[in-house]
Structures are given as C-alpha cells and as structure tokens.
Design a protein around this ligand. Structure first.
Ligand code: LLP
Length: 435
C-alpha cells in the first residue's frame, strides 16, 4: 500500500483491516451503508496548515490561502476551513449559500465564475464578501452598475487569461489565450477604463488560474511574471496600483503509485521567489500573494467505500460490480482518471488476480478502475478507493435516480455523519404533485 495515497491516519491492523482516523473502515461501511465517503479530519487540517506555513515561510510579504470549494463543500467542511484560518473561493450562489449558512466569515470569501448571474452578484454584494473576481467585461459592466450607488466599495480583482500552456488534461487547462476564462490581456485597458468610472468598485488585485492537476512549477512562475507585467500596465497607463497577485490553484496530487507528490515547499518557494524578484525588478512593494488550492487540500483526505455486489467472469478477467460509480465519481469517465483500491478487510493480502471495477450505472463507460491487481475478492467485500476527496461528491449526480452517498468525518477514533445519504423521498421532493 502506498502510504502517500491514503489519509495520514491510515493503518492496517494485525488482522489486515484498514483503519482510518482510529476507526475500522469495514465497520463504518456496515454502520452507514455504502457507497460511503470517509474524510479524515487530521489530513484536511494538515493540508491547510502545510500550505499556510509553506507560503508564509517562503514569502516575506502578506500571504493568504483560499480553499477552492468547488472541489468539495458541505457545512462541516466550511467550518473546518474557517477554523484553519483559510479563505474560501466560491463559484456559484449555491456554494456561497452553504458557506454563509455554515457561518463562514464573508470577508474571507472570494467569488469566481465566468457566467455569474445578476442574482448571484447581488447575493455576493448583499453578503459583503471580500472580493469578486471579475472574469469578463460584461460582468464588470453589470457589477459597476449594481454598485454605482452603494455607500461601501466592493473590492474586485481582474482575472486574466495569461496565455500559458500546461501539461494536463485538455478539460482542465485554463491558462491558454483561447480559454473561456479570464480577460484577454489586450482587454485590460478597457477594464481599467471602466473601473475608472465605477464609483462602487475598488480594484485590489490580478488573478490567473492555469489549470488543475499540475506538477510542474515553471508555468506558475511564468504566470506571476505575466500578472506583474499586467500590473505595470495598469499603473503606467491608468494610474491603478494593485495590492495582490492571485496565482490560482491547480497543484497536483498523486492518485496512483506511479505518480509522485508535488513538494508544496518547493512550490511555495518558487512562487515566493518569483513574486519577490518580480516586484523588486518593477519597483513594486511586496504584493500580497494568494493561492487557491482545492484538490491538494481535500483529495487525499477522502476515501470512497463501495460494496462488491456481483461479479462477471470472462476468460481473462473478472468484473467486480460495485454499488457506486459514475454517479458519485465521474472522473474516470470524464477525464480518464485512474484510481487504485484495496479490499478493506484484507488490505495487505497478496495480489491474486487483475480485475475490472465496474460501476452500477447503465453506461458502458462507467468503469471506475480498469485492470487493477487485487486479492481474490468476494461478493460482500468492501472496496476502499483512496484520493477520492476532490471533485467526486461535488460533481455527483442522481443518474439512474440513485441517491448520493453519505459523508462521514473520522477523527481520533470517532466518526460523525456530516452529510446523510440522499433518500428516495429527497428525489421526489421537487416534483409537482409529489404529496
Ligand atoms: N481556482 C480556480 C479559479 C479554479 O478554477 C480552480 C479549479 C481552482 C482554483 C482549484 O484547482 P485545484 O487546486 O483543485 O486543482 N473537475 C476537475 C477539476 C476542475 C478544476 C476547476 N477549477 C477534476 O476532477 O479534475
């Protein structure tokens, strides 16, 4: 078992059973049912602290870490993130609503999105969130109008498309010039002109996000240079001086044993150096450095548990049919994402066969894991899939009208249900004439 793929508290006990947060994983699967998503609180807190301390250690200016809540958000997680002193990025009225319901301090919330609706912008303004990150000129126009007669100023940042290539799946690249996200660099003048006559807005920063699941740090340093050049343009041509550079998220996480963790200290050090040198060269004071990790905070903390409900034998392989799949984890189908797994009751038993883990949904593409070596599995066994915390539940659907899984947080030998399993009743609750 590759330790760096599992939550920090993972151990295999003497009888070969998987234990996380001091809890017996198979017992939790039986108590709460499967599919079940387990989250290890210690691993989440550790990731938050690692990013905060690494960034502060490698940059002498002010720093802030914002958790990108699109990776996963529920009320318990919002409280934990607040407790760890991070900020929160939201990309919708829904994420903002959950954050506020959980009591997340509005001033530490940033709102993103390439298609924020008027209602969502009004919701953000009413809540008094810390920053709206403007993605295009139409949004800027709308926001300028909405804030024109307000007594307080709304802080905004401009997101630019820095035209930087990254080595990741095409669906999760965002830094290229033809991306749907961010202002083209040549639209900065127009944005600055509009900001000049927007009495309700205050420009505080520049933002870019290159893509997700990135392991190479070089594109980030190139990005910081582009953002600083843009800051220079704003200062020289428009007399606008920003205070903050936001380098976005995207730091990669290993999912399988052939991938290796990105060293967050090296990453933070390179970001810090690039911003320190870049500010110095341009005669800027040390600007505030912000990053927005999502996956690297939550992915490793999450383990998905499934029950093997049936098998199908073919001449050279077997299908193990599980009670979840693309409804709770669309990533293999959408990005060709690869995962690993163990049998939770025999976590270190020797490999006996290569099998295919088939999801329960009525699609041939619903294969959770292809060609995975496992001990001989039986119907009723619990399969545990690590690195399942990010972009799984947050992208979950009720396809085939299958209820979405429950979420349990483990810590210090205790487990608490932080989100109950969806019920059939939930699924008709929105239907007209359901009663
Ligand atoms: N900031 C912005 C503006 C973003 O768009 C994203 C992710 C992040 C931060 C956080 O990126 P992270 O650190 O989590 O990589 N569903 C895909 C990932 C989509 C990422 C979207 N944006 C997946 O499952 O791989």
């Amino acid at each position: 078992m590759d330790a760096y793929l599992w939550p920090l508290t993972t151990v295999i006990d003497d009888s070969g059973r998987l234990m996380i947060g001091g809890c017996d994983v198979v017992k939790l699967a039986h108590r709460y049912g499967t599919p079940l998503y387990l989250f290890d609180e210690a691993t989440i807190r550790n990731a938050c602290r690692n990013w905060r301390t690494a960034l502060a250690a490698h940059y002498q200016g002010e720093t802030a870490v914002h958790y990108a809540s699109k990776a996963l958000l529920n009320m318990a997680l919002a409280r934990l993130i607040a407790d760890e002193g991070l900020g929160l990025d939201v990309v919708s009225g829904g994420e903002l609503y959950v954050a506020l319901r959980a009591g997340f301090p509005p001033q530490r919330i940033h709102m993103h999105g390439n298609a924020k609706t008027r209602t969502e912008l009004e919701q953000a303004l009413a809540a008094g969130i810390g920053q709206i990150i403007v993605d295009n000129l139409d949004e800027l126009e709308l926001l300028a109008n909405l804030t024109a007669h307000r007594s307080s100023l709304q802080a905004v940042a401009l997101r630019v498309a820095p035209d930087i290539a990254t080595d990741t799946h095409a669906h999760i690249q965002t830094g290229h010039a033809t991306s749907k996200f961010g202002l083209p660099l040549d639209a900065l003048d127009a944005a600055a002109e509009r900001l000049r006559i927007a009495p309700g807005l205050r420009l505080v920063g520049l933002h870019a996000h290159l893509g997700s699941q990135l392991f190479d740090v070089n594109p980030y340093t190139a990005e910081i240079d582009v953002l600083l050049d843009s800051a220079m343009l704003l200062r020289e041509r428009h007399g606008l001086m920003i205070q903050e550079i936001n380098a976005g998220g995207g730091m990669g996480i290993p999912y399988t044993a052939d991938q290796h963790p990105l060293d967050f200290h090296t990453c933070a050090a390179r970001l810090g150096e690039a911003l320190t040198d870049g500010c110095r060269r341009r005669g800027f004071p040390l600007l505030r450095l912000v990053i927005e990790p999502g996956r690297s905070i939550i992915a490793r903390a999450g383990v998905a548990l499934y029950t093997i409900v049936a098998t199908k034998v073919l001449p050279h392989t077997r299908f193990l049919h599980i009670d979840g799949g693309m409804g709770d984890n669309i990533r293999p189908a959408l990005y060709g994402a690869r995962y690993t797994a163990v049998l939770a009751e025999r976590a270190n038993a020797p490999v006996e066969e290569i099998v295919e883990i088939a999801g329960r949904y009525c699609e041939s593409g619903d294969m959770l894991i292809r060609a995975i070596p496992l001990p001989r599995a039986r119907v009723g066994d619990v399969l545990a899939v690590p690195v399942a915390g990010a972009y799984t539940l947050s992208m979950a659907s009720t396809y085939n009208l299958t209820p979405r899984p429950a979420v349990v947080m483990v810590n210090d030998r205790s487990a608490r249900l932080v989100q109950r399993r969806e019920t059939y009743e939930d699924m008709v609750a929105r239907d007209g004439g359901a009663s």
